[in-house]
Design a protein around this ligand. Structure first.
Ligand code: NDP
Length: 280
């Protein structure tokens, strides 16, 4: 039978763990698949995706900075991708690409099932309004958090995200520069890519309390500045994005292969490797 072809598109994408995760899931469930990483700058993405489709590509993950662009090329969007206005999973269909977004479900599953957090009524701060923030914001609201403050460096994307969420009494877009005026939070989610550029913004210690759970969507060295801040600020739980990464991958895998992998052994394997990287 022909090899099943999948890929992750991003820019940069060389360090993506997704090929390793999907290979491990495939081995676990006895599905022979090929999953590669394809680097495509935004202006090259459409052409690169068309080439992948022509070579028989059946599905793809989409990572930064391509998630909103990917949403615009789909012939059909799942409800959660539509609400997010961002796509992290493409599924080949007879009429083109269907877009889905598994980031939000992945985050909620990691926080509630792996880490045992009760998210209900938590006053929440989401830092960032890019593709990842768009995926997780609707899922956090669905999971029953309290008020959601979203702060961003610039206003355009944060206002657009708040408009898309459409809950003016519950969702509050603000400038990142004004974060010190917002009080403290029970849940703080860092969804910026700032630390990738060594530009993690300075956050006031007053944002966190001993009840706070602090979550960075990134992992490895990129997650260190925010999680180190959270420790000094006294946050009770400090969680990186590795578990979310594995859970969103499992959710994508299930869309493509109609089988759900066991994420625990794959998470354990990556955790060992990530800790080794960080302490190296
Ligand atoms: P995008 O490029 O779409 O968005 C980047 C966000 O970071 C924007 O809000 C941007 O603000 C902000 N930002 C960038 N630089 C700075 C800075 N110097 N100071 C303040 N804010 C800044 O990226 P994504 O949303 O796709 O990804 C964000 C992070 O989430 C990445 O680290 C990614 O690895 C991680 N992620 C993890 C996943 C997982 O499964 N664990 C899944 C998805 C993402 P502005 O609008 O002002 O430019």
């Amino acid at each position: 039978s022909p090899v099943l072809r999948y890929a992750v598109f991003g820019h940069p994408v060389a360090h993506s763990l997704s090929p390793r995760i999907h290979a491990a899931f495939g081995r676990q469930l006895g599905i022979a698949l090929e999953y590669t990483a394809i680097d495509a700058a935004p202006e090259q993405f459409d052409v690169a995706l068309a080439a992948f489709a022509a070579e028989g590509g059946l599905g793809a993950n989409i990572t930064l900075p391509l998630k909103t662009r990917a949403a615009s090329i789909c012939s059909h969007l799942s409800e959660r991708a539509q609400r997010a206005g961002a796509v992290n999973t493409l599924i080949r269909s007879a009429t083109g690409w269907e877009g889905d977004n598994t980031d939000g479900t992945g985050l909620i599953r990691d926080l509630t099932e792996r880490h045992g957090l009760d998210l209900r009524s938590r006053r929440t701060l989401l830092i960032g309004a890019g593709g990842a923030a768009r995926g997780v914001a609707p899922a956090l609201l669905d999971a029953g958090i309290g008020d959601l403050y979203i702060v961003n460096r610039t206003s355009e994307r944060v206002d657009a995200l708040a408009d898309a969420l459409g809950m003016p009494g519950r969702v509050h877009p603000r400038y990142l520069a004004d974060v010190g005026t917002l009080g403290n939070f029970d849940l703080i989610v860092n969804a910026t890519s700032a630390a990738r550029d060594d530009a993690m913004p300075t956050l006031p210690m007053s944002l966190a309390t001993p009840r706070t759970a602090a979550v960075d969507l990134s992992y490895g060295e990129v997650a260190i500045p925010f999680l180190a801040w959270a420790k000094v600020a006294g946050a009770h739980d400090r969680i990186d994005g590795l578990g979310m990464l594995v859970e969103q991958a499992a959710e994508s895998f299930e869309r493509w292969h109609r089988k759900r992998p066991d994420t625990d052994p794959v998470y354990a394997m990556l955790r060992e490797r990530a800790d080794a990287l960080v302490t190296a």
